[in-house]
Write a protein that binds this ligand. Sequence first.
Ligand SMILES: Nc1ncnc2c1ncn2[C@@H]1O[C@H](COP(=O)(O)OP(=O)(O)OP(=O)(O)O)[C@@H](O)[C@H]1O
Ligand code: SF4
Ligand SMILES: [Mg+2]
Length: 393
Amino acid sequence: MAKAKKDNGHYISRQEERAITKYNRKTTKEFEAKKRKKNVSEDTYMATMKDSKNIVEFDDLHTYFFTDAGTVKAVDGVTFSIPANSTVGVVGESGCGKSVTSLSLMQLVQAPQGQIVSGSIRYNDGEKCYDIAKMPIDAMRKIRGKDIAMIFQEPMTSLNPVFTVGYQLDEVTTLHNPGATKEAAKKKSIEMLKQVGIARPEGVYDNYPHELSGGMRQRVMIAMALVCNPKLIIADEPTTALDVTIQAQILDLLRSVREKINGSIMLITHDLGVVAEMADFVVVMYAGRIIEMGTAKEIFLTPKHPYTVGLMKSKPVVNKKVDRLYSIPGQVPNPINMPQTCYFKDRCDRCHTACEGPYPSVRKFSDTHLVSCYLYNDTKHQENESTEVVKDE
Ligand SMILES: Nc1ncnc2c1ncn2[C@@H]1O[C@H](COP(=O)(O)OP(=O)(O)OP(=O)(O)O)[C@@H](O)[C@H]1O
Ligand code: SF4
Ligand SMILES: [Mg+2]
């Protein structure tokens, strides 16, 4: 039995297991102690934005999970910005770190095993700039849900099934406005339900989540995100669980919400159609890293990275008949033992000798369009001579 286990690459001996557990306990304890420190001076987590027009700047963010099988580098050096009044789409296949990036921004990564290990998440509240990666839990509570709100991937599991919609909406108002009376909170909640297009807001206020349809629950989640007039809404797959007509309504609603709050949206999705319709900027992630980013136009009209090109090819096109939709062959590498080379190498149809080298550096095609791939590193394969190295990973 032990032999069979050893032959399989995931085998861990009892001794290794004990060493991993000991290391995880020590490491996570240190991170937790830092986060739970009381009376931390604001100066320790103040920062300066690189560009004052941005509301959020992720800078070389690393978020890891210290699991019994080893360290999962869920987010491994992610750098991108969310400009004010814009929608940034984050795309990539399942498990590439989209949700963990957004949960890091909310300081909601599942602790103690999940921790922001290094890097910064600068947040600009209009007056001051904070580094959320360094913020203690107490300070973060004042921002979370108020300045930055989140619409979660699955509304049924995000709403509490034992409390009414009204109770859960009121709670957000009273938590962030301690002076608010019960009546004022109820009035605000009903107004928000009305704003997100719920036809009988007073009735829904008294309903439990299971009494509502999927589309209505998603609207309630959006209403909850809107209660405190946030500057940034993170929408994690807001339309995945919905049928196409309801999807279109929710996207329209999100667009009008962005105008209403005059803020930004970080839109996480698998659906390239949704990104094309909604996003100003697109970030493409693969196995915990950004492999390409640019304006929506740059990504959709001139995708550079073979993975982005594959994603575009796998998208159905109206009026184009195909026997079978394209799918990118192979699988994402094991997140515990990532290779030192390009993570996409084993699946890439344009892999060449240079790709055996270390992880490719980032190349710049324009101020906004960045790609990480050896195709644009090697003069033989270079497709655009104006590329320029900006950063070595
Ligand atoms: N609580 C956890 N413990 C251990 N590993 C985790 C945990 N949460 C996420 N991960 C790992 O982190 C990586 C990134 O996960 P994440 O949820 O960010 O993926 P995603 O891009 O949002 O995928 P999806 O599109 O399916 O939602 C995955 O390898 C996942 O297994
Ligand atoms: S670096 Fe090489 S293997 Fe990786 S995506 Fe580019 S061409 Fe493919
Ligand atoms: Mg996710």
